[in-house]
Design a protein around this ligand. Structure first.
Ligand code: PLP
Length: 382
């Protein structure tokens, strides 16, 4: 009979979860209090203020939903979209496809703007599709974790706000790892996740919603009833119970946000960009090539094409079993052809990256010294 002690520690360099630092594990094990405890309330208020800073928004309604990132997506659909709404969805990978699916199930009139996997969507094509006056919302994935591509947001808000539509964004993998200013981009609502660049275990979905979106709020979902969340998180008087907040996860997220604040958001973005480029150069020594062209890459995720001679499943299996390192395989059309390597928070450092580079060299027989040197040069260039 296994216990948790039988689950080994891993170096998590896949698409998430990412490495959880000791400080966050310690916060998780802090004694649980009640969800209406005033001391906990003070922590919630501070968490919301920190989350606004990391999301770069002044939206009052900025808090973690009790769900994983996908729950954030579902909450967005359930609370901001009505059946029959025309919604333009950018699809340039698996996560845009999931949103199109969720919207379709909710009865929205989904208009996909598709792009080949591995490229960003041309903003002009999104603008053109959103120009139709009937468009109620435009959704894009800022950091496409299936391909390692960052989607530019400039110009999208103007295209949709002209007829009072909403700009909706998935920033699960980009938040705290890739430059993102939600207010500057005119984003009306966005969701994220805790287990990517925040280095908190999976389980919460940071969520923000601004006034334009709040004016359209629907209460179709019982669990994701945003008004009920507002009455708990942002009550003027006593907080109203809706569901029991995941207390210890909120401790963990608070600690994760403190770590971001200590480093500084801009410094953290810069470190992720350096880490991404250093690892790209090191893996290029073995023949791994990034899918995203220069300028379209997402700092927090390096998706590479694996060399012909490398057996994807065998090498990733050995990385995990023999070296305790997790990297992710390709999704959809990239299955068997790609590795997706997380460059997320604690993982975006030279030491864990060197462990990966040395392990890969040991398994596929590349020039280990040259790759380690390329990694060091990438970090030295910072
Ligand atoms: C991980 C991820 C999600 C889903 O988050 P879960 O926590 O797995 O539910 C959604 N969008 C993107 C871009 C992601 O990387």
């Amino acid at each position: 009979m296994p216990t948790v002690e039988d689950v080994p520690a891993r170096l998590l360099l896949g698409s998430g979860p990412s490495p959880v630092p000791y400080r966050i594990l310690k916060a998780l094990s802090h004694p649980t209090v009640g969800h209406l405890d005033p001391a906990f309330g003070a922590l919630q208020d501070d968490l919301a203020a920190r989350l606004r800073r990391v999301m770069k928004t002044t939206n009052k309604v900025t808090f973690p939903l009790s769900a994983t990132g996908s729950g954030g997506m579902q909450a967005m659909v359930d609370t901001l979209i009505a059946p029959g709404d025309r919604v333009v969805v950018g699809v340039h990978g698996a996560f845009g496809g999931r949103m199109a699916d969720a919207l379709g199930r909710a009865g929205a009139d989904v208009v996909k703007v598709e792009q080949q996997w591995g490229r960003a969507i041309e903003v002009e094509r999104l603008v053109e599709a959103a120009a139709d006056e009937a468009t109620r919302a435009l959704f894009v994935v800022h950091g496409e974790t299936s391909t390692g591509v960052a989607q530019p947001l400039d110009g999208l808000a103007d295209a949709i706000h002209g007829h009072d539509g909403l700009l909706l964004v998935d920033c699960v993998t980009s938040l705290a790892g890739h430059p993102l200013d939600l207010d500057a981009a005119g984003v009306d609502a966005a969701f994220s996740g805790t287990q990517k660049c925040l280095n908190v275990p999976p389980g919460l979905a940071p969520f923000t919603v601004g006034d334009r979106a709040l004016a359209r709020l629907r209460r179709r979902s019982w669990y994701f009833d945003l008004q009920a969340m507002v009455d708990y998180w942002f009550a003027d008087g006593p907080r109203a119970y809706h569901h029991t907040a995941p207390i210890n996860m909120i401790y963990a997220l608070h600690e994760g946000l403190r770590i971001v604040d200590e480093e500084g958001l801009e410094a953290r973005w810069a470190r992720h960009a350096v880490a991404h480029e250093a690892l790209r150069q090191a893996l290029a020594v073995f023949g791994f090539e990034r899918f995203a062209p220069d300028g379209e890459q997402l700092s927090s995720l390096l998706a590479v094409q694996i060399p012909e001679a490398v057996d994807d499943a065998a090498v990733r299996g050995a990385l995990l079993q023999d070296f305790g390192i997790e990297v992710s395989g390709g999704l959809g059309p990239l299955a068997g052809r790609a590795w997706r390597i997380g460059v997320m928070g604690e993982g975006a450092n030279q030491e864990p990256q060197e462990r990966l580079v040395r392990a890969v060299a040991g398994l596929i027989g590349g020039d280990e010294a040259a790759a380690v040197r390329a990694l060091a040069e990438g970090w030295a260039a910072a």
